[in-house]
Each structure stands twice: as structure tokens, then as C-alpha cells.
Design a binder for this molecule. Sequence first.
Ligand code: NAD
Length: 592
Amino acid sequence: MTRQFNTVGVVGLGTMGAGIAEVLARTGITVVAVDVDEAGLARGRGHLDHSTDRAVAGGKLSSDERDATLARISYATSLDALAGVDLVIEAVPERMELKAAVFEELDRICGPDVVFASNTSSLSITEIGVHTGRPGKVVGLHFFNPAPVLKLVEVIRTVVTEPDVVTDVVAFAEGLGKSPVVIGDRAGFIANALLFGYLNHAVRMYESRYATREDLDAAMRYGCGYPMGPLAVLDLIGLDTAYEILDTMYHQSRNRLHAPAPLLKQMITAGLLGRKSGRGFYTYDGPDSPVVVPDVLTPVASAEGEATREVQRVGVIGTGTMATGIVEVFAKRGYDVVLRARSEEKADAAVGKVRKSLEKAVSRGRLSAEDRDAALGRVTPVVDFAGLADCDLVVEAVAEELAIKKAVFEALDEVCKPGAVLATTTSSLPVIECAAATARPGDVVGLHFFNPAQVMKLVEVVETISTSADVVATARRVCLDLGKVPVHCGDRAGFIVNALLFPYLNDAVKMLEAHYAVADDIDNAMKVGCSLPMGPFELLDVVGLDVSLAIERSLYLEFREAGFAPAPLLEHLVKAGRLGRKTGKGFRDYVS
Ligand code: NAD
């Protein structure tokens, strides 16, 4: 017979425990909440009051429902209060000895049939289980933060968890309105195992001053559509919790990418734990507040180099998707654009593509016919490089091959007027190679637009060791003028977005390859647990597996990081011609 969990104990009323207690009480379950002392309880209660008040203000809960919800929760500072519950969910800090002590005590207090669940993010459920006399009744029940909002719940079974316990806990989670996924006991489970390597990598980038916190976060929000950037996510999770999760993952995987970045430890030691302490990577207007306030690290406009170069006439080289998208963006904004193609036919076809795209905007009511005509009127196709002589800025968007790009920069060096800014939109080649092909490396910068350029707001402004400060400042100013979000980074493989994104996608392939979880569950976990717009396999199939493999190879070649080595499964799929949506088959099969 199915177990009914009508009364549930929640141990630890912190970030997660308070959220879990709210989810339970809102579903009509009686909750007994335990924390170490009155201060812990007061903090948890504050969380609950605040969160349910917000739900009332947002029209998601009536005030009567809020009162009934809060009345279902009783509070205690001793685990003895849990003697009569049907299920215990533990959410104390992420330390094995602490969790072990809690469960040893609970084992004496609770009846032998009571099910024990841990909300641990990474610790071994098997190990927790053996600290009790009922390892068959111990599961992981991993909620996501904020628990009242995020639907994913990972249910972790060990080799000894009784199958009916898993079934009943899954039914219970479904009854809470959650989407449970059942998986085995491996550090980080699905979502954290994939998320934390990425978060840690972002901390390392920040630590090495590769990019500012604002730019790192903006890159992932505007380049990938993530709801939050990695450093803001770490502040939400809590840096102490994040450190423990990474440390546990590292001890199990011995993967250097999981070794917590030293900066995390320093921040924790200094009491910067993230939102819960009012300061982490960002400063908040008080403990537990989501509102970021300016601090000494907040960028100020006056600290930027001066954008001394006037830009009115822009050259774009190439006729592909990126080139025509970039032409459209500049022309729409009122710049005179010289489009350079290798032949007149290609030039005509490229202008035709721009026209088609502008016409689409008109038919959707986003652009007037006059603006379309004006934009097209600003585009001049040329075949000779000489046509770019009087451009103030030239953006190269030809094929992603170094020899071709270098030849373009040599040609630009010959024809362009002194002081022109020369930009490449390469996504994976070193910008310095393009700069070195000219006698004016100070004028060369990376301007990495995202596809489709008309839609995606992000532009990575890549500075080489030679780029002049006023060229970077000019590039940023132009991006802002185009309505884009420029982020500034150094000249390293993958810049910000691809360097953070592709190792994570690669880890997902390795997880699939290891048969830890199936593609649907992995995609679902990342979408539902982390609010990402697409799961890793969906995204890989859209980007193209050949393109993804090429980016992963370039990251691996540059950083020689063992964890970046492309997953053999990806190599095999590419070899077999399964390149994703464009070939109808990738990780999944598609019907055209
Ligand atoms: P937290 O530091 O916000 O809260 C922990 C709470 O446990 C505090 O209120 C503390 O007073 C209390 N506590 C400490 N020792 C206790 C004891 N012996 N008995 C009872 N209460 C005790 O931590 P958190 O972020 O809520 O993490 C709790 C668990 O949830 C961890 O295992 C963590 O890995 C996991 N988790 C965290 C997140 C997240 O985003 N923060 C997400 C999912 C899971």
C-alpha cells in the first residue's frame, strides 16, 4: 500500500529548508520545522512570512490561504519534536559529519518505518543511509532553489533503497506539483554535476580578471538566454554551500574543473556568503535581499577609455548569415554600410538577403516601409577591397578559417585609411593572429556578434595584448549605439560564452555516455531545475554537432584541460554524419 506522508519534518530552516516547508504547507501537509536554535527558527520564519506575503501580493495565494499555510507549520529546536512524523526532509548545511549526526539521532527518535530524505546537493545518500539502522528507507530528495518556484526534484535511490520507498516518494513529490526524476547516487546528481563545473569556471575567469562580474553575468544572460549569470547564481545558492558541493564533486571525480576556485574559500572566510549574508560577488541592500546595490567594484563610465574614433561609415566583409545580419544591424541604425563580397553575384545575393530580412520585419509590423528603404539605401555593395578605403570601422565575417581571415586583414591593412578600426567576428580563432597580419595591431579588435545578429543583444568585445584602449572604447560605444550589450574580455579561445557553455555541454554528453541518465532526463533537469531555455542535447542539436566539436577541440587545444577533451560519443556522432537538426539526426531524430 502506498505510504501517505501527511506530517513531515523539515530539519534546517535555511535557504532551502524554509522553501521546502513552504511547498509542503501550501499543499496541505502538516510540517514540523526544526533548527538548532531560536535564531535559526526566527530566520526561517522570516523567510516564510516574506515569501508567502510575496505570493499574496502577486495574487498567487489569498491571505486566508497564507494564514492556513503558516498555521500548518510548528517550530522546535529539538529533533525530539519529530517523533510522530511520517517523513523527514533534512536540509542542514552541506557537511557529511553534520548530516550523519542528525540522522543518527533521528534514527533513535523516529519509528522504524519513517522514511528519511536528505536535500543534499552532492553528498552520498548511501553514506548517509549507513548512519541509520534503515538504509533501505533513505533517499535523496533534492529540491532546487527557490523551492517554491522550481519544479524539478531529483529523487536519489541508492543500491539498497527499497523500490516501494522510491515509488512512494516520487508520488509524494508529484503531489507537491513537482517534476521528479529518479537517479542513482553520484556526486552532484544530474543538475549540479553539470551546473557546478560551469559556475566554478566562471569564478576562475573572474578571479583571473578575464572579465568583470557584470560582463560575465551579462554574457550568459544575453548570449544564452539564461535567467541569471553564473556569479549571481552563486550568490543565490550561497558560496559556502557551493564550495562544499564542488569539494564533494572533486573528491569523487578528481576532475580539476570541480576543484573549488581559491577565491571561493577566501570569500567564505571573509564572511561573504552571497545573498544570505548581504554580500558575495555582489553587494545587496541587506541580508537575504535580492536587490543589488552599487559597491566599489561597480563599473563607472569615467573609468573607461575614451572612444576617440568617429564611426559613421562601416565596412562588412562576407556574405554569409553573420555578415548579412551585421549589415542589417548597422544599416537599420543609420550607418552607411559598404558590403564587400568576392563577386557581383554574391554581393547581389547578400543585399537580397538583407532586403528579405528587412521585408520580414515590415510584414511583422516591426519596421516601416520607409525605414526599410532608407536602410537598404545605405548599403553599397563592392567587390574590390579598395571600396573599403574610407570606412571608419570594418567588420570581417568571412569563413572561420585562419588563412582566409589573415588574407583579409592583410588586404585591409593596405587599403583602409589610418585610424580605421578593424574588427573580426571570429568565434574561436585568436584575434591576435588577425592583428599580427597587419602593420597596425593596435587598431584590431574582436567584435563577436551572436546569431542571429539582428536579434541577439550580446557582442563580445575582444581585446588582444596589442589593442589600443581607444579602439576598445570605440567598439563598445558603437555596440551601445546599436542597442547591443557589449561585454569585454581577453583574447582566449571561446571568449566568455563559448568557453563557459561548451565544457558544460561536453559534460552532459559524458554523463549520457556513462549511462547515468537519459537525454530526456538531462535536458529536463537543466530546463526545469535551472530554468535554462534549452537542455544541453536540444542545444547541441540546434548548434550542430560538428560546430560544437570544433569549438570543444579549440578549447581543449588552447587550455589542455583534461576535462575539456571532447566526449568520444560526440566525435562518433559527427563521424557518422549525425550533425543535429541540419541533418535530421543528432542526439535525437527529427522529422522534417
Ligand atoms: P543554509 O546555510 O541556508 O541553511 C542551513 C540551516 O540549517 C540553517 O538554518 C542552520 O541554522 C540549520 N542547521 C545547522 N545545523 C543544524 C542542526 N544540527 N539541526 C537543525 N538545523 C541545523 O543552507 P542551505 O543552502 O539551505 O542548504 C541546506 C541543504 O540543502 C544542503 O545540503 C545544500 O547542499 C542543499 N541544497 C542547497 C541549495 C541552494 O541553492 N542553497 C539547493 C538545493 C539543495
